[in-house]
Design a protein. Sequence first.
Length: 228
Amino acid sequence: MPALPSRSGPLAPVTLDRRDGPYGEVALRQRGAHFEIIANGCFLMDTADGRSERLLVQAALDRLAAARPSVLIGGLGVGFSLAHAAAEPRWARIAVVEREEAVIDWHRTGPLAAFSAGALDDPRVVVEHTDLLAYLAEPGELYDALCLDVDNGPDWTVTEANSGLYGPAGLAAAHRRLVPGGVLAVWSAQPSEPFERALRAAGFVDVGTLEVDVVRGVPDAVHLARRA
């Protein structure tokens, strides 16, 4: 499947930083007033519209009864999800897993700091520099919510290894890292009925999908499920 187009507009992009890492090349580009993250030459995300990334966190929180829940955000990205979580005092603990050191740097000292809005300095926030699937597969603390935004979602991925997160092993790992009644929220570049079936097959209940219309193409989606 071809890469989804950027929604930043027709202006020619300017590459601000490009790095080679264990998963290939990752680059930060500026297109007009907005910034884009490019992985192995393929557009991943930009700062033009953060509605679905914010919904990823808010929809999970709205489904939790705990007074002071914890959340793990999988993928720092351009920072919309983290900034939204940090702005909500109800979250007691916020973990962020990001495997690309460059992305963390762009938020600490680069132009993406404006979009994570200082959240990396919030005492509730801990950043884990590691691969998300590897982190979930290890024994560790449980979370009230997992909010996962990795690659383009379950139906196709730029980095082949990321597909494992959406398969049986990845969903089983996510299930184990949730408290009973905990919520899994998964961002996707398009709604996916096969992924809904995969969630049910992995033992999740209350499976559903929220859609967010975009300017061009199919809507973004947030898939939601609960550990029974």
